[in-house]
Design a protein around this ligand. Structure first.
Ligand code: HEC
Length: 163
């Protein structure tokens, strides 16, 4: 092997190790909450069922993840909707679903076929139901704190409580 080839080989090995170690980095949730689902809805069962039917019928699942479930044959890099109501209000969501051009509210760099479509053509009742339901999806506080702690540890390389 020539020297140049050895260097290239080494670089590839380093890149592979880096990629594998990143893939193996699974966030460790503290034991007291292990196995607990950190997402919940404040809507009643009836609303949840109606909204889920609409969500399935409109194929939102082709692009989004909800309750940890997505369509594994699709690989659209779109946001997970679990806990979305912890960051978006009902009125924001209503405007978003009613917008003829949702990218005006949430700019995107994705290709046309991956972008959030406009749902302005749905009936007002359906848009209200979606907005109400998605604003009811919350994240438990302990999980947000965990995510913050893990992010901080990743960025600083320190245990959050050591600093
Ligand atoms: C073609 C793929 C696709 C489909 C189908 C789709 N979305 Fe989206 N959605 C996206 C993408 C991508 C974004 C991020 C913004 C963007 O890139 O346009 C997004 C953003 C959102 C957001 C805002 C998330 C945030 O961070 O605030 C909500 C809420 C949402 N979608 C709900 C829905 C619902 C409900 C449906 C079905 C009625 C749906 N989406 C269907 C791709 C899709």
């Amino acid at each position: 092997m020539k020297k140049g080839e050895k260097i290239i080989g080494l670089v590839i090995v380093v890149l592979v190790i880096f990629a594998v170690s990143r893939a193996l980095f699974v966030p460790q949730v503290q034991e007291e909450h292990a196995g607990e689902i950190p997402f919940y809805s404040t809507a009643n069962a009836d609303v949840q069922r109606q909204a889920s039917d609409l969500y399935k019928g409109l194929k939102c699942r082709d692009c989004h993840r909800l309750w940890g479930i997505n369509n594994i044959t699709q690989f659209v890099p779109s946001p997970s909707l679990d806990g979305i109501g912890s960051i978006r209000s009902e009125s924001w969501l209503y405007d978003y679903f009613s917008s003829k051009n949702p990218q005006e509210m949430l700019p995107t760099r994705l290709k046309k076929e991956y972008k959030m479509p406009s749902y302005a053509a749905l009936s007002e009742e359906q848009r209200r139901l979606l907005a109400y339901y998605f604003s009811s999806l919350k994240v438990k506080d302990w999980y947000l704190n965990e995510v913050k702690r893990m992010e901080q540890e990743k960025l600083t390389g320190k245990k959050a409580n050591e600093s």
